[in-house]
Design a protein around this ligand. Structure first.
Ligand code: FES
Length: 182
């Protein structure tokens, strides 16, 4: 079993300081880093690389923090992300849980979603906005989807309530917290 290290945590939404890592998080209007592409998440530079049905200990992921898993996956859903499935795990704050009611979760504290846009399948980036933590990297035209802390579309092409898809996973929350991707 792998264990999430603090180095792999993307601390985005803790307390009142939303931008803890301005160098790696997106700027205004989701202005992703120079030279960004739309085939991989933006707003982070750290990944937890896994393969198969890996189990990872995410006990150290604190409320307001997110981690991104990456694994090879040849399913059609991940064609536009180069055959890589990126999974975002957001340990939601109480405020995010309250604002993101109705999320499809196994435990309301943890939102687990594929970082692939339900509009046309481009990669989802991570913002520094706790109320809208996800945004599509495909900008311009009729794109620019944004998603709330329930993974529900609230802006751009997905403003009609498209939701981020949920990967197969098993979450065990006890003395330790582990997630297994299926
Ligand atoms: S692919 Fe994400 S908004 Fe179009």
């Amino acid at each position: 079993m792998q264990k999430l290290s603090r180095r792999q945590v993307i601390a985005t939404f803790s307390a009142a300081t939303f931008t803890l890592c301005p160098a790696v998080l997106n700027a205004a209007v989701y202005g992703w880093a120079d030279g960004f592409t739309d085939d991989a998440p933006q707003g982070q530079d750290r990944l937890v690389n896994v393969s198969g049905s890996a189990m990872v200990d995410i006990t150290d992921l604190a409320p307001g923090e997110m981690a991104v898993f990456a694994r090879a996956n040849g399913a059609g859903e991940f064609t536009n992300t180069g055959g890589t499935q990126y999974v975002g795990i957001l340990h939601r704050t109480p405020e995010q849980i309250a604002a993101g009611a109705g999320a499809q979760t196994q435990d309301e504290r943890y939102l687990v979603v594929n970082l692939v846009c339900p509009h046309c399948g481009f990669a989802i980036g991570l913002t520094d906005d706790p109320s809208t933590p996800f945004a599509c990297t495909k900008t311009g035209g009729r794109h620019g989807s944004t998603f709330n802390a329930a993974g529900v579309g609230v802006g751009g092409a997905s403003d009609d309530g498209d939701t981020l898809s949920v990967p197969g996973y098993t979450l065990n929350v006890g003395g330790t917290v582990t997630i297994s991707l299926t």
